[in-house]
Ligand binder design. Sequence first.
Ligand code: PLZ
Length: 451
Amino acid sequence: MSIDTPTLPVFGPGLTQQRQLLTAVPGPRSLELQRRREAAVSRGIGSVLPVYVIAGGGGILRDVDGNSLIDLGSGIAVTTVGNSAPQVVANVTDQVAKFTHTCFMVTPYEGYVEVCEALNELTPGDHEKRSALFNSGAEAVENAVKVARSYTGRQAVVAFEHAYHGRTNLTMALTAKNMPYKHTFGPFSPEVYRVPFSYPYRDGLTGAEAAERAISRIDSEVGAGNVAAILIEPLQGEGGFIVPAEGFLTAIADYARASGILLIADEIQTGFCRTGDWFACDHEGIVPDLITTAKGIAGGLPLAGVTGRADVMDSIHTGGLGGTFGGNPVACAAALGAIAEMREHDLCSAAGRIGSILLSALAAIAARSGRIGEVRGRGGMIAAEIVVPGTSQPDPATTAAIARACHAEGVVVLTAGTYGNVLRFLPPLTIPEDLLIEGLAVVGEAFDARA
Ligand code: PLZ
């Protein structure tokens, strides 16, 4: 495969960019830690692959047994700039030695303002914007809904089938999938309504038809005049990297605007270069009223944002938004370092190149395996939907088996999807291309072993 590489990848300090297995995966030290964990950590928290990590950088995770694994998951779309990216490390080290916390609501600091300036500049639309910072994606979504309800004086929130927005009470209500996110955790927050998304592989509808289907459901079951916000992932993440048919987002955005409904784009998984642009909304020129960000924003430190129209964000009474840790100075320093890495190394273009490699490797696997119903996604966010050969019936068992086979060979892959049958790839955008190609060869072998 010939690929031009105009930018050099950036690595976390000192990690050879090579897969190397010294023991079984997980190895004996990881298994020992797993035993300790079972006696100390709630079983309610799972782990995809219980190898215990001691270092990470570029496309490599090193574990306590000395194994070097290829990372095709970025800790669920977080380490976009790679682990311990140089400018993240430098900014965090500097900040942590100066002060670690004052609480922005008590005595503020410049880093918070600078991150908000960057968010206002980078998010879609050139209108005047304001931002507020929080700790997690779920918290950002909660706050975007608070703002939308307060601004519109309306209560209903529309979310989509296959959506994922978090694990807090309101965001569980907004999330579609029961297991494992909602099961036994009700009752859920009221005034949340769910309508169909556009899922071309399964519904065969055009974007306009799928939008019409969603809109008629909103009109008949909720009433546009009651709706504060439509909350949408422009490309669904946990739901299975579902790319809506062209025109779907535009039609939903037009409907929202015409109905006085705020459009909230949840770009927590898609944002910050992941899909080959700063934000996934950019691909179709959608300009949401509010946008939520987290994950890739701060190179691995916990930070989240709500950014939106100045009139909407400033309509909230002073003190109405906040939280002790929101916009922590160390997390803000990390975000500024991560954004600098994205700009300097043009990680949006890197996502495009990574996407081409992923798409062609997966297309080749699909052609010979018969188990892949569809390969889809954008940029560094690509997935294969796994089905029973000759049908479109989801095959979660094979999906899980293929993921396990990759893990055993030292390649960290993740699954997703309402039906648990989507193998998804979210490599750090600083992964060396030969390492990505090697990881995908391992994925191919896992399919071939099940031919
Ligand atoms: N919105 C679009 O993808 C987080 C969830 C992992 P938090 N997705 C990964 C898990 O199983 O908990 C996510 C997302 C979108 C919101 C969130 C929530 O972000 O930072 O996990 O709260």
